[in-house]
Design a protein around this ligand. Structure first.
Ligand SMILES: *[C@@H]1O[C@H](CO)[C@@H](O)[C@H](O)[C@H]1NC(C)=O
Ligand SMILES: *[C@@H]1O[C@H](CO)[C@@H](O)[C@H](O)[C@H]1NC(C)=O
Length: 381
């Protein structure tokens, strides 16, 4: 595929604390193609402190967008009181979808799927290069569609705030917010895992989802109200069954079960608070052939993945229509149920013994010609 160069232009978050005008800008761009002819991207985030700006003592990192993106810090107290700043109801057919960590794996596949249906998508990532690559590919594959990204560490409150403002500016209305960003720790016993790794993984998985839910609700509560949920937030938690079944570390499982509780408690809380337009749900993608699953996986586990796991796009193609169709609150959308997992293992037994679908019996990735693979077996786009 022809790579488009110079699609990305960074611009600094414009931190103005006065007007709540980000709600009036729908952020819909028309002559995108002209606007894409801009300079080479620069490094705007990561730990390059000099590239970040300080606002109220916290750092905001830069923005990567397909054109001159600018963000205003939302003056929350003003906006919450100001009913006249409610955004207008958009074209029902085009939904605004936010996916955290959408630059690889399942998040990327979901972004691709929503764009292919004609919806508008915002992604984020901590790593600017990964984000830039993902945006370039998504833009090239979905010409004329609305897709933007921003560097954001979901465990950082200021980043998440800036990201939510960016999403509102670009989408107008945020219909769906998917807390997809997640990490695993190395598969060691808790006592042997680096303390900093535990803090980082809990930060991304738990604090990240909490902060993102908080921002998403603050965005959605200002959108047109409704008696039934029309705006939806998704967390990727584990059921008790999922936690028992998964072979990930104790830290990872702990965070994932916490997210299930978050969905349940938050759903009740916002209904009780009268925010009836917002639904909160759980999304269980099952086993997806990504870094998260394949990191440190054993040969036996890999042989099981032949029957239980799927490539991200297969899972995304199944989940995206169900995400779009969700109604009510506290629903659970799963790719793999206990019954279907049991059936897959039973029917796929020869694959577990002999290998062949994704991994051979020694746990090596079965390579399909034309595809490239990472050392851990993850297919490279
Ligand atoms: C980018 O945005 C800034 C701030 O709104 C503006 O001053 C500048 O002229 C814009 N640049 C382009 C190329 O549109
Ligand atoms: C999960 O594992 C625990 C401990 O082994 C067990 O008590 C519990 O019933 C299991 N739950 C499910 C849903 O499998």
């Amino acid at each position: 595929m022809a790579m488009t160069v110079g699609l990305l232009v960074p611009s600094w978050a414009l931190l103005r604390s006065s007007s709540p005008s980000s709600f009036r800008h729908g952020g819909h761009s028309n002559n995108r193609q002209q606007q894409l002819l801009l300079q080479r991207k620069e490094t705007v985030c990561g730990n390059a402190g000099a590239r970040c700006r300080k606002y109220k003592g916290q750092q905001f990192c830069g923005i990567v967008g397909s054109h001159n993106a600018s963000v205003q810090a939302r003056p929350r107290t003003v906006e919450k009181a100001a009913g006249e700043h409610k955004a207008e109801r958009p074209d029902q057919k085009k939904k605004g979808v936010v996916i955290t960590g959408g630059s690889k794996g399942l998040g990327y596949a979901l972004a691709h799927q929503f764009l292919s249906y004609g919806h508008k998508v915002i992604i984020c990532n901590r790593n600017e290069d990964q984000l830039a690559t993902a945006l370039q590919t998504l833009q090239a594959e979905h010409e004329g569609s609305i897709v933007y990204g921003m560097c954001c560490d979901v465990s950082n409150a200021a980043d998440v705030c800036a990201f939510a403002s960016f999403a509102v500016e670009k989408l107008g209305i945020v219909d769906i917010w998917i807390n997809n960003a997640g990490e695993v720790t190395s598969k060691k016993i808790l006592a042997d895992v680096e303390a900093s790794e535990i803090v980082r993984v809990c930060g991304t998985n738990v604090i990240g989802s909490l902060l993102c839910c908080r921002e998403a609700i603050n965005v959605m509560r200002l959108q047109p109200s409704s008696e039934l949920p029309i705006f939806h937030i998704f967390n990727m938690g584990f059921s008790q069954w999922g936690a028992n079944f998964t072979k990930s570390s104790c830290t990872h499982k702990t965070t994932k079960v916490a997210l299930t509780q978050l969905t349940s408690s938050l759903s009740s809380e916002i209904q009780a608070a009268g925010l009836s337009s917002i639904g909160v749900h759980n999304l269980s993608p099952g086993m997806v052939l990504t870094d998260l699953l394949l990191k440190d996986s054993t040969v036996v586990a890999r042989r099981f993945f032949n029957t239980l796991a799927e490539e991200p796009e297969t899972v995304a193609a199944s989940l995206a229509p169900r995400i779009l169709a969700v109604q009510g609150t506290r629903k659970s959308i799963s790719y793999l149920s206990p019954a279907s997992a049991f059936l897959k293992v039973a029917l796929g037994f020869p694959q577990i013994i002999q290998g062949g679908r994704f991994f051979d019996k020694n746990g090596n990735r079965v390579e399909v010609s034309g595809n490239r693979y990472q050392e851990n077996g993850v297919r490279i786009r």
